[in-house]
Design a protein around this ligand. Structure first.
Ligand SMILES: Cc1cc2nc3c(=O)[nH]c(=O)nc-3n(C[C@H](O)[C@H](O)[C@H](O)COP(=O)(O)OP(=O)(O)OC[C@H]3O[C@@H](n4cnc5c(N)ncnc54)[C@H](O)[C@@H]3O)c2cc1C
Length: 451
């Protein structure tokens, strides 16, 4: 090919950024990459998922940001594929497309009352406290100050993040980049009790020990666990004996179960072998009906039929994220991923030419940020292999200048625009004695992008 290969990467989360890095980092084929995102700002869940008080993990964005400075990489923000431009159109201008648009919707519990006011998906609550421009600010500004008790359903790291944010004082969150209205709303929270429900036992919880431990170190929240639940059944004891991470979690929770609550303003109650079967209420959720469970022979949870209720007027359902389909692109609606083989998109078991996939929309919502690097590098290796084997279709009809002209009328944000937003966020933070405060409206971001 006499010119550089042109690749469009759809989504600027870790998988998209690592894919761009791998593309311009290899030396077999000259490449230019446009990293397209529907938001005016890059980095996906590193900005809108990773907890704002986890500074070292959030700082991954500085590493990702450096990729945008590499020759051949452009950022095009505020361009939504599927509505502003179609995948078919992208194929007119790019030799290959890599889907890295993540898995941003919530999984449902599938129980009566799930849609009562006051019952929210963790995806939405996390988006709100991270300042996502699509978050429903009015909903949380109404729900959080009027809530007295919360139930968090789930025992993964996202559930721990949510519990910690609800359990912390605003002083403990003060050094984060949360928007001011989030501080103000959390400051008015009337929540005194937070119940964390896990449908299996403490040995089966999927949180990591470091994140778990933080719950026991909050300034104004005691953690409460029934000591009886820490007497492990044979299956769980075997699990703890054979897996160090499980053993560490069990040790932390066993220590908590011996603590006497010190009278702090909030209490975090860890309930295991507990699955919600119904939310009840009137104008909003008031109670969660919980069924006690027991482990079956394979470590799964079976209902015992024994019910109890928890009074709660705020319920956060944290049972996982899921991917959604993009028009024209093959989708496995059972696994909620784009079907692929070695990163090559598959339709009915046949490779779709010049379409690739990486990250959560390829593997599902699992793994840490670094997992996406290996995943993206693997996908890029397949793409480069296909180019070298002349397997990509004939060159696209449109030039990159024609692509730029196509999107010229849309208000997009380039790398320089993102840098302006970045500067504006740092300046806003500085004015409040913080390192950064996130801009939280699309209009505000677009205005800042123009310097
Ligand atoms: C609440 C939460 C906390 C987490 N905490 C940690 C942690 O502490 N440590 C850790 O290692 N991992 C953590 N993770 C996991 C980590 O964030 C993911 O592994 C990672 O972000 C997945 O990367 P991705 O690029 O596949 O998707 P994403 O990060 O979701 O990026 C997808 C991007 O695609 C864009 N997009 C979506 N649709 C379109 C479209 N139609 N057109 C254009 N762009 C589009 C989105 O705006 C987004 O920027 C956490 C995840 C969550 C949800």
């Amino acid at each position: 090919m006499s010119r550089a290969l042109r690749v469009a990467v759809i989504g600027s989360g870790p998988s998209g950024m690592y894919a761009a890095d791998a593309l311009v980092g290899q030396t077999d084929v000259p490449v230019t990459v446009d990293v397209i995102d529907k938001l005016p700002v890059p980095f996906g869940l590193v900005r809108y998922g990773v907890a704002p008080d986890h500074h070292s993990i959030r700082s991954v964005r500085d590493t990702l940001d450096k990729i945008l400075d590499k020759p051949g990489v452009r950022f095009i923000g505020d361009l939504e594929v599927g509505s502003d431009i179609s995948v078919a159109e992208l194929h007119q201008y790019f030799d290959a497309v890599i889907f890295t648009y993540g898995a941003s919707r919530d999984r449902r519990l599938g129980i009566p009352g799930e849609d009562l006011a006051g019952s929210v998906a963790a995806t939405d609550f996390v988006a709100w406290y991270c300042g996502h421009p699509e978050a429903d600010r009015a909903e949380f500004e109404s729900l959080v100050p009027s809530a007295t008790a919360a139930v968090v359903v789930g025992v993964g790291n996202v559930a721990v993040d949510v519990t910690r944010v609800l359990g912390k004082t605003v002083a403990e969150l003060n050094d984060t980049d949360m928007p001011q209205h989030v501080f103000d709303t959390l400051d008015k929270s009337g929540i005194t009790d937070i119940y964390v429900l896990g449908r299996r036992g403490p040995a089966q919880a999927t949180f990591t020990t470091k994140e778990l431990k933080e719950l026991g170190e909050l300034a104004d929240a005691d953690v409460i666990i029934d000591p009886a639940v820490m007497e492990l059944d044979a299956f769980s004891a075997e699990q703890a004996a054979s897996d160090k991470a499980t053993a560490r979690n069990v040790e932390v929770m066993r220590e908590w179960s011996t603590r006497t609550p010190s009278g702090k303003r909030r209490r975090i109650h860890m309930h295991f072998f507990a699955r919600p079967v119904e939310l009840t209420g009137d104008d909003r959720v008031r109670q969660v009906v919980v069924e006690r469970t027991a482990l079956d022979a394979t470590g799964g949870a079976s209902g015992t039929g024994e019910l109890y209720t928890v009074d709660a007027d705020f319920v956060v359902r944290s049972v996982g994220y899921r991917g959604t389909a993009l028009d024209e692109v093959p989708f496995d609606s059972g696994k909620n991923v784009i079907p692929s083989a070695d990163g090559r998109v598959q339709r009915d078991g046949v490779t779709v030419p010049s379409e690739y996939v990486a990250g959560w929309i390829k593997r599902g919502p699992t793994g840490i940020i670094g997992t996406n690097k290996k995943c993206a590098v693997g996908t890029v290796a397949s793409l480069i292999e296909d180019v070298s084997a002349n397997l990509l279709p004939a060159a696209p009809r449109g030039t990159i200048e024609e692509f730029d002209a196509r999107i010229a009328d849309l208000e997009t944000v380039d790398t320089a625009g993102w840098r302006s937003i970045d500067r504006a966020e740092r300046a806003l933070g500085e004015s409040a004695g913080r390192a950064r405060t996130s801009l939280h409206t699309e209009a505000g971001m677009l205005a800042a992008s123009k310097g």
